[in-house]
Ligand binder design. Sequence first.
Ligand code: GLC
Length: 709
Amino acid sequence: MSRIDCLLRAMTLEEKLGQLNLVTAGQAVTGPVVCGDTTKDICAGRVGGVFNLWGLDALACAQRSAVEETRLGVPLLFGLDVLHGHRTIFPIPLAETGAFDSRLWERTARAAALEAASEGIHLTFAPMLDVSRDPRWGRIAEGPGEDPLVGEKFAQAKVRGFQGDDFSRFYPLAATAKHFCAGGAATAGRDYAAVDVSERALHEVYLPPFRAALEAGCAAVMTAFNNVNGAPMAAQRRLLNGYLRRRLKFDGVIMSDYTAIAELVEHGVAADSVEAAAIALKAGVDMDMVSGVYLAHLPEALDRCLVDMRDIDAAVARVLQLKDRLGLFDDPYRVVRLDAGAKETHRRLALEAARRSATLLTNRGLLPLSANVRRIAIIGPLADAGADMLGPWSAAGGAENCVTTFAGLRRALPNCEIAHHSGVAIEGDDESGIAPACALVKGADAVVLCLGESAGMSGEAACRAALGLPGKQRQLAERVMSAGAPTVALLFCGRPLAVPWLFERAQAVVAAWFLGDRAGEAIADILTGRFNPSARLAVTWPQEVGQVPIFYSARSTGRPFDAANPYTSRYLDCSNDPQFPFGHGLSFSRTTLSNLRVDCAELNTSQPAKVRVDVRSESDIATEETIFLFARDRIASVARPLIELKDWTKVALQPRETATVDFALSAEAFQFPGEDMEPVVEPGDVDIFAGLSADPDRLLSARLRIVCA
Ligand code: GLC
C-alpha cells in the first residue's frame, strides 16, 4: 500500500479536511481577510498549507509544528506569489512578454524558483495566464497580454522554469496555473465582476494557455473569482472536473482563490457555507484558500449527503501526492541550495530582462541621446521612485535593491549635469511643484519626463475606468513640453495608457512598464544608445478607453469600416485604429522584410510547409528583430479572425546584414473549434502574412491551399 493510501486510511475526518485547508500567514496581505495566528490549527493537524510566509526560520518553525506536534506528522506546503522574481525582481509579465523570448521567460522563472526554494518555499501561485484585451483591468499587468498563442508559449516556459523539466525529481518550485479561467474578460474590466464569454471564446482564447501549462506538467491550478457564463469558477463542475480532469487528464491540485469558496454564497449559488463547501468539492476544488469552509462545514455536508467520503479522499490524495512530488515526506525541511554567485547572476539577468522588456513606442530622432548632451532635466513623480519600479506582486523583493531612472542616468552619464524634480505626485491635485520643475528645463539639452502609475495602480483590485495619466501629470507634462526643450517621455505603468496628446507632442516615448530591480540602468542604456531596444507590444495599445476591448485578432464584420460609407463599423469621434498595434515597438535600427515564400502551394496534414522570409538590416548597428507569422482562413464553417498569430521567431542581425528566417507551418496550425467546439481543420485557401507587428498595412502575404488527406 502506498504512503498516501496508508495516510488516508489512518486519517480522521478532521485531519483529512486539514489537508484541504490553505491559510495565509499574513506576512504579505493579498486579500480581504487574514487568518491570524494559525499555530494552534497547524499543531492540531487542521492546516495543509500556508502561504504569504517566507524566510527559513519562520517556515522551519511552522513546519516543526506540523511534523513534530501533529499525530501523523504530515508536512505543510508553503506557497507564495512568486510571479516575476522572489528577491531579485524582474519586469512584470506584461512587459517581459514583450521580449517574445521563451528562453528568457524560462530563465527568469528558474532564477525566481531557486531564490524562493532556497528560502523554503515549495509552490508559487504563478504563472498567471489570463489573456486580456482590457487595460482597465489592473491584472492585465500580471499576464501574457492579448494573444492565446503567446499565452501558451509563456505558460510552457514559466512552468519549465519554475518546475524544471525532469518531472521525476522533485522540482525547485511547483507551479500553479491561474486564474482558471477567463478573468481577463471581466465585465467592464472590473476585478471579480461576472464574465460572459462565448463557448467559442473560451476554447479559442482563454483555455489554451491553461492547456499548455498542464501539458508542460504544471502541478496545480487556481480557480478564478469570477462567475463565468453563470457559474462561479469555484463551482464550475463542467470546466473543473469536466475539462481539466476528464478531458485534459489533470491529476494535480485545484485550489480556490482567496476566500472564493465562501463567496459562493454571495454569488447566489449556495444557500450557506455548507452548500458552498459541498458545491466546490463536487466541482473539483481540492484546497480551500483562506475561507475555512471546508474544515468547518464539510462534516455537515457529509451528514447531509451533499458530498461523500470518496470526494474528500480524492482531494486529500491529490494534496498528499503534491507534497510527495515535492519530496516533503522525505525532507519536510528541504531547502534548495543557491550556488555561490547565483544572486549576482540573477541581477545580471534582471538587467538583461529589463533592457529587453522596455518598449520604444515613438522616436522622432531624439533617441539615443547625443553623446554631447551636457545637461538633462529629469522631471516627474516616477523619476526616483524605487518601490514603484518593482510593480505589483513583488514577493520578497525590496525597493532597496532597485535602481531608479534618476540613479541609472547619473551612473550612465557621470559627466552630465542631471537636475531632478518630481513636479507633481503620481496622484493628487497639488500643482505647486510644476513651476519649479519647469525651471529646470531652461538650458537643458534634453528633458526626461517620468510619468505614469504607481505600482499599486495595477495588479489585483486596481482597475481603472480611465486610461489617462493620474493626478496632475498631464498638466506637468504639457507645461514642461511647452518650454521647448527636446523631451522623451517614459511611461511607467502596468497597462497601456491612453495618452494620444503625449505621443503627438513628445519627441520620443518609451513604455517603461515596471521593469524590476534594474529598471533605471536598463532605461539609461536605452536612452544613451548602449542598448538597442527590441521589445514589442504583447497587447494592443488603444487611443481611447472607449475602444476597449481592442485587439488585433478580431473577427471581420459584414460592414468593415469604409470612410465613404457611414453605414459601416466605426465611431463618430475616434478612428478604429489602435494607438499602436500588437507587436509594435521601435528600435534604433530599421529592418525590412521581403520575399515571403512557401515551399509548396498545398498543405496537408502529413507534411508541414516551409515558409521563408528575408530580413534585412538597413542600419549601421546590430539589432534583434522579432518576425511574426500570421494567417487568415478566409472561408470557413466558422468565421475566422482577420489575422491570427501562428508563430514568431527572433533574429539577430549585424549592420546591413540580410538573413532568411524559416517557419514550419503545419495544417494543424489552422485547427479551430468547429461548430461543435471539437477541433477541426478545413480544406481551402488560407493567406499567410509575415510582419514586424500586426499592422495590417505592413504585412507581406502569400497564399496556401489546405488539402485534407
Ligand atoms: C489573491 C489573488 C491570487 C493570489 C492569491 C494568494 O487574491 O487573486 O492571484 O495568488 O490571492 O495571494
